[in-house]
Design a binder for this molecule. Structure first.
Ligand SMILES: NC(=O)c1ccc[n+]([C@@H]2O[C@H](COP(=O)([O-])OP(=O)(O)OC[C@H]3O[C@@H](n4cnc5c(N)ncnc54)[C@H](O)[C@@H]3O)[C@@H](O)[C@H]2O)c1
Length: 184
């Protein structure tokens, strides 16, 4: 079955720091069930706190209805174990080091079905380089959010040398759902 945006129900975000928390917020606000995972439980708590604070501020400013704040939070789940880190799409926003990212993608591949799409939020690393070391390079690409992710209306969708065109299209359509302005 060809991947389609309609198959993307759950998104897992790996890394609950500056970028991961912002991406998880945008994902949940767009209607996706969203997991926020980090190797450090305190980072997950801090990320969830940051999201609540951002949503509270938006409600105070009249930019978000209180019920939409609640709906967004209801779609967000903290995740503390990599074995529970499952999604139709997994967006990685961890430390900017190829071997660490590769190790994470390899482990995630063991816990997810062969239909899962993997994306990296890397700012400076080569998507094709990371893809060389991971199990399914055709299901892997870049989704580069900018900081702060919940406010920046721009996300780059990056195809690596092996990224399947339909996988790029799904990433692009997910970004569109996140009410952003993706470009390739
Ligand atoms: N900060 C920015 O302005 C910005 C903008 C665009 C893209 N990026 C990219 O986003 C990624 C994350 O950047 P950041 O600024 O959010 O970093 P950060 O340091 O704020 O957060 C990184 C988080 O990843 C966690 N982590 C580290 N190794 C992990 C692993 N193996 N599994 C799960 N979690 C792990 C850390 O505990 C930390 O909480 C990087 O690739 C960076 O290049 C950053």
């Amino acid at each position: 079955m060809l991947p389609s945006v309609t198959n993307i129900q759950q998104i897992a975000v790996c890394g609950a720091g500056t970028m991961g928390a912002g991406i998880a917020q945008v994902s949940a606000a767009a209607g996706f069930l969203t997991l926020l995972f980090d190797v450090r439980p305190e980072a997950v708590s801090a990320g969830m706190d940051m999201i609540r604070k951002n949503l509270d501020k938006a409600v105070e400013k009249g930019k978000l209805k209180p019920q939409d704040r609640e709906a967004t939070l209801s779609r967000l789940t903290p995740c503390l174990q990599i074995a529970d880190c499952k999604g139709d799409l997994i967006i990685e926003a961890i430390v900017e080091k190829v071997p660490v990212k590769v190790a994470l993608f390899r482990e995630l591949a063991q816990h997810n079905p062969p239909t899962t799409i993997f994306a990296t939020n890397t700012s400076s690393l080569s998507v094709s380089e990371i893809a060389k070391e991971i199990p399914h390079p055709e299901r892997f690409g870049g989704m580069h959010f900018f900081n702060p992710a919940h406010l920046m209306a721009l996300v780059e969708v990056i195809s690596g040398a092996d990224t399947a065109p339909e996988v790029s299209r799904v990433m692009y359509e997910v970004v569109q759902r996140m009410v952003k302005h993706p470009y390739k």
